[in-house]
Design a protein around this ligand. Structure first.
Ligand code: ZN
Length: 169
């Protein structure tokens, strides 16, 4: 089922998510909904709290960006084990429709998460997939890409976003 994506400044986006205790039918359905919602919105990553479920769970599929090979992941209770290098990329966010911000990120990550079978796994991510992971990881901690920039950059982004919101209204 395609769910409604909550947009800034919805308070759930500012709240750190809770760990997933058990992977049950509800979690399986939620993951299915998250993929459907993400594909429908033409995104490459989605965090559970973006559709109103305050749980530490994200999905990623880099296929729409023609990454090769495309990477499709379900990450439950994810954490960063190691991070290095840096790059920046002009990111978009499904919770800030129309807005893009250039955000500094790590280039290379080693991350650990549970998969849908409940297995703990580690993944090496580099470049674009690493950016997507960090963007979604921020969501799970109650942080948005707006919090990753300061001063003038942040002010301009906020002005742009409120203009976009007014055009929509
Ligand atoms: Zn986002």
């Amino acid at each position: 089922m395609v769910r409604k994506i909550l947009t800034f400044p919805h308070p759930i986006l500012k709240t750190p998510t809770n760990k997933v205790d058990v992977i049950d039918k509800e979690i399986e359905t939620l993951v299915k909904d998250m993929f459907e919602t993400m594909y429908h919105a033409e995104g490459v990553g989605l965090a559970a709290n973006q559709i109103g479920e305050s749980l530490s769970l994200m999905v990623i599929d880099t296929k729409p960006k023609r990454e090769s090979p495309p990477l499709k992941l379900v990450l439950i209770n994810p954490e960063v084990v190691h991070a290095e290098g840096s790059l920046s990329y002009r990111e978009g966010c499904l919770s800030f429709p129309g807005l893009t911000i250039e955000v500094p990120r790590y280039n290379k990550l080693r991350v650990r998460a549970m998969d849908l079978e409940g297995e703990e796994r580690e993944y090496e991510l580099e470049g674009f997939p690493a950016i997507v992971f960090q963007h979604e990881m921020d969501h799970l901690m109650g942080i948005t890409f707006l919090d990753r920039v300061n001063g003038l950059k942040r002010r301009l982004a906020l002005e742009k976003y409120s203009k976009l919101q007014k055009q929509k209204a």
